[in-house]
Design a protein around this ligand. Structure first.
Ligand SMILES: [Zn+2]
Length: 306
């Protein structure tokens, strides 16, 4: 647990609210969008994943007794092990609590020799290799990003069969003795986030750590608005006469917006805090309206030829 706190520069004594603030600061600092070079982006993406995972692990464990971890000063494996058990909502709380008073090395050895039932924990704890992450690119509309809509996506993963993987069954009718199943699960994400990591929710394989699911949210191309600098919305307004303009259009909040400009036109018309939400912050990008003078605008006409 300790290293999760280190990642966020947080202290054990911090409240979840304080940790959340520190997490937001870190996440902003390491957001891949903050880096220009693709080499730096890759590093940032890894770091960003680590930060997200650290916060979700802390959040998961924050409500539990702090001395539960604090008193066990043994090797890291044991700590990880107890965390894993807690994450699985295990009934072994009491065993682990009692373990504080016994020789941990010994406990560790006998535990794994005799309790075959927890075979599935080996993979996540001791495997060096990890299953490849499931990376999902999702295209969402600018409207959905602007309005911070929650969406649900159902994903197919290969998971261990819960009925037979941890038990010795003669025949498992659920997976036909394959020990693995193709399983669907729904995940909720917010369209205004850019990268979302669901730790340990990806594929599972024997002798490998469980993979993660990484959602990458990307904006769809919009027929009226262009996106620049990730969060600024750009709108081009064409005019065929050099006169003051009154123009109304439906904006991303699905409301009618009225725009007026006197002649001579300015280079750009900038509306602060009218662009897309910037992830992990409370700020918004800009709306930029550009008037483009084009005298050659012809009205549409129809001919029917026989
Ligand atoms: Zn099975």
């Amino acid at each position: 647990m300790k290293h999760y706190y280190d990642i966020l520069d947080a202290d054990y004594s911090d409240s979840l609210k304080t940790i959340h603030k520190k997490y937001k600061k870190k996440a902003r600092q390491w957001h891949p969008d903050m880096f220009k070079e693709s080499k730096d982006k890759v590093i940032a993406e890894e770091k960003f994943k680590e930060i997200q995972n650290a916060f979700s692990q802390i959040k998961k464990n924050k409500n539990r007794s702090p001395q539960f971890f604090g008193n066990i000063n043994s090797d890291m494996d044991f700590k990880n092990f107890t965390e894993k058990l807690i994450n699985k909502g295990s009934i072994l709380h009491t065993i682990i609590n009692n373990a504080k008073n016994i020789d941990l090395k010994d406990f560790f050895n006998t535990f794994f020799v005799h309790i075959k039932k927890f075979r599935y924990l080996y993979d996540d704890l001791f495997s060096e290799e990890k299953v490849e992450d499931l990376i999902v690119n999702i295209n969402v509309s600018l409207e959905d990003i602007y309005n911070k809509e929650d969406k649900i996506i159902e994903l197919k993963r290969i998971r261990k069969c819960e009925a037979c993987y941890n038990n010795d069954l003669k025949y498992c009718s659920i997976c036909n003795n394959k020990n693995y199943l193709e399983q669907n699960k729904s995940f909720i994400f917010n369209c205004s986030d850019k990268i979302i990591v669901f730790s340990n929710e990806g594929h599972q394989e024997h002798n490998k750590k469980t993979g993660d699911i990484i959602l990458k949210i990307q904006p769809k191309i919009h027929s009226n608005f262009k996106l620049i600098n990730n969060y600024d919305v750009y709108y081009e307004l064409f005019t065929s006469t050099l006169e003051p303009i009154t123009h109304s259009f439906i904006y991303l909040d699905k409301q009618k917006m009225e725009f007026k400009a006197d002649y001579p036109f300015r280079k750009d018309y900038i509306f602060k805090d009218k662009g897309l939400p910037i992830p992990y912050s409370d700020s918004l990008g800009k709306l930029i309206i550009k008037i483009i003078y084009n005298p050659f605008t012809y009205s549409e006409s129809h001919y029917t030829l026989n």
